[in-house]
Design a binder for this molecule. Structure first.
Ligand SMILES: O=C(NCCO)c1cc(-c2ccc(F)cc2)cc(O)c1O
Ligand SMILES: [Mg+2]
Length: 214
C-alpha cells in the first residue's frame, strides 16, 4: 500500500483509466476520491463549471496556480485549442511529480508545462523566463491566503489584459474572504459567483469569476 494518498490516487488511475483518454483519468480520480479517499481535486460538480468557463474563454494562454495531482490540469488541457500555452504552478515537489505522471498517462503532457515552485517566485519570472505576454485565463486553486497577493502580483507584472478571466476555487470553503472583498470592490474587475459544493462533499462552496477590465 503506497504510503501517501496522492500515490494511491495515481496507482488507481494507472490501473483503472484508459491511457491517452483524459476523461477516463478525470472519471477515475473522481471515483477514487468519492468512494475511497477524499482529496482536494476541484471535483466534477465545480469541474463542469470550470469546463464551461474555459470553453467560453477559449484561451490561447492559460495559467493554473495549484496543480496538486493534475485533475483540473487535465480538465483544462483537454479543452484547449491546438497550440495554446498552458502553465501550471505547484509548490509541493511530490504533488508535482504525481501530476507529471497523470498528465503523461492522460496524454496531455505536450499541452501543459508544470512549473515547480512558489507562485510568488514564479509569477515575476513568467514574462522573462517563460516567454509569456499576458494570460487569457487563470485558474486560482492554491493556498487561499495567496489568492489576493498573487492577483495583485499578476496585475503588477503586466500579466493581465482587458478581458483576462480569473476563476478562483474554494471562495466559500475553505474560503477566500479577502480575495472576494478585493475583486468585488475593485472597479477593475467584473465578478460573478458560481455556487456549488466542496468536492465529494455536501458542504457549500463556490467558484468566483473575476474578469479584468484593464
Ligand atoms: O489547499 C487547497 N489547495 C491548495 C493546495 O493545492 C485546497 C484545500 C481544500 C480543503 C482542505 C481541507 C478541508 F477540510 C476542506 C477543503 C479544498 C480545495 O479545493 C483546495 O484546493
Ligand atoms: Mg480547490
Amino acid at each position: 500500500m503506497p504510503q501517501i494518498k496522492e500515490q494511491r490516487i495515481l496507482d488507481y488511475v494507472l490501473q483503472n483509466a484508459v491511457k491517452g483518454d483524459p476523461q477516463s483519468v478525470v472519471d477515475a480520480i473522481d471515483k477514487y476520491c468519492s468512494e475511497k479517499e477524499w482529496a482536494m481535486n476541484v471535483g466534477n460538480e465545480k469541474g463542469l463549471i470550470l469546463d464551461k468557463i474555459v470553453s467560453e474563454t477559449n484561451p490561447s494562454t492559460a495559467l493554473e496556480l495549484g496543480t496538486y495531482c493534475g485533475y483540473s490540469g487535465v480538465r483544462i488541457a483537454q479543452l484547449l485549442k491546438p497550440g495554446a500555452c498552458f502553465l501550471t504552478v505547484e509548490k509541493n515537489p511530490v504533488h508535482a511529480a504525481i501530476a507529471k505522471q497523470i498528465f503523461e498517462f492522460a496524454g496531455v503532457q505536450e499541452k501543459i508545462k508544470i512549473l515547480e515552485g512558489s507562485s510568488e517566485e514564479i509569477i515575476p519570472q513568467l514574462k522573462s523566463k517563460h516567454k509569456v505576454n499576458t494570460f487569457d485565463f487563470i485558474f486560482i486553486d492554491h493556498w487561499s491566503d495567496r489568492y489576493t497577493p498573487d492577483t495583485k502580483l499578476l496585475e503588477e507584472c503586466g500579466l493581465l489584459k482587458q478581458g483576462s478571466v480569473l476563476l478562483a476555487d474554494n471562495v466559500i470553503y475553505p474560503g477566500a474572504p479577502d480575495f472576494l472583498q478585493y475583486v468585488r470592490n475593485c472597479s477593475r474587475y467584473e465578478c460573478t459567483n458560481y455556487p456549488s459544493h466542496l468536492e465529494y462533499m455536501d458542504k457549500e462552496d463556490a467558484l468566483e469569476k473575476a474578469v479584468f477590465k484593464g
